[in-house]
Design a protein around this ligand. Sequence first.
Ligand code: GDP
Length: 365
Amino acid sequence: ALTTGIVGLPNVGKSTLFNAITQAGAESANYPFCTIDPNVGIVEVPDHRLNVLTELVEPKKTIPTAFEFTDIAGIVEGASKGEGLGNKFLSHIRQVDAISHVVRCFADDNITHVNGSVDPIRDIQVINLELILADFESVDKRIARVSKLARTKDKEAVAELAVLEKLRDAFEEEKPARSVEFTEDEEKIVKGLHLLTSKPVLYAANVSEEDIMDPEQNDYVAKVKAFAAEENSEVIVVCAKIEEEIAELEGDEKQEFLDDLGIAESGLDQLIRAAYQLLGLQTYFTAGVQEVRAWTFKKGIKAPQAAGIIHTDFERGFIRAEIVSYEDLVDAKSMAVAKERGKVRLEGKEYIVQDGDVIHFRFNV
Ligand code: GDP
């Protein structure tokens, strides 16, 4: 399963946020395919469409979809020099598909900052630099190997060398691979390099309890937003401390608490949805009287693979899929009316599943 890793310097609120994630705790019995590991937190993806479908269909139960956050511990500064724990930090990052970077945007004299003062941009750069240096080293090694081949006019080697040099130039300016523009062909080469700084990033600006109601007042947040905009990354404002409290509440209690704070959606829920998008994940639904359920798939997959997410037998025996879009179903208010209106399509093996599709798979066992 795709996962996003939580990184950040010490004392920025990572553990507090991760705690909130595990507290919010998805019912793990529903997600047997998820990882069981103390460093992995499984979160349910908030999706109002699931509530609407539940009202329409009135099923016995409703199950949201879920995905994973990984808590990445380890020493950050000096990691690229390959010292013990630092090495571990990098190898953990290598295994995740996207990065949620927690930055401290709260001042609190009682909580020491590893670098003496609160300065979110410096903090971001400390971590980014370690990742850039690690990539720099692997690109340098690769250049040494590929340039010999390139001299023999080997076509592939020439193309790869051009990409590697472009990357090296960026790293020299302390820029991550994700900030470099590549053509589609070059992009394929970059993918094969498995660089740390190619992974998509979002920043979680951790603010104080006072600032969460009006984060625009917080200068640190403004700085992080400006920085993130330059590399096309998103910023989510959270107050890890409050998220920890919210995570213990359920349903109405949670909503009341949020209303009291004057915020529409908890920072954690926003973070979950942003990370989901960052990973290129989308949701389709199954809606029967027994169960209405949301399923996660990687954008671009075809109907049989989507069926395989429910059960491998569904993929193996796939015949076709009956599909209605969420909007059409809600307009029609029932499957029967949607059918009458011709909104329910029969799709085959080549159909590319869309976010919001409500699907009934037909298959042979
Ligand atoms: P980590 O080292 O990044 O995992 O940081 P922790 O989650 O352990 O947090 C370090 C300290 O900062 C703890 O004492 C937390 O209670 C405190 N802290 C975390 N988030 C917030 C916050 O949003 N506001 C305030 N005031 N303190 C926080």
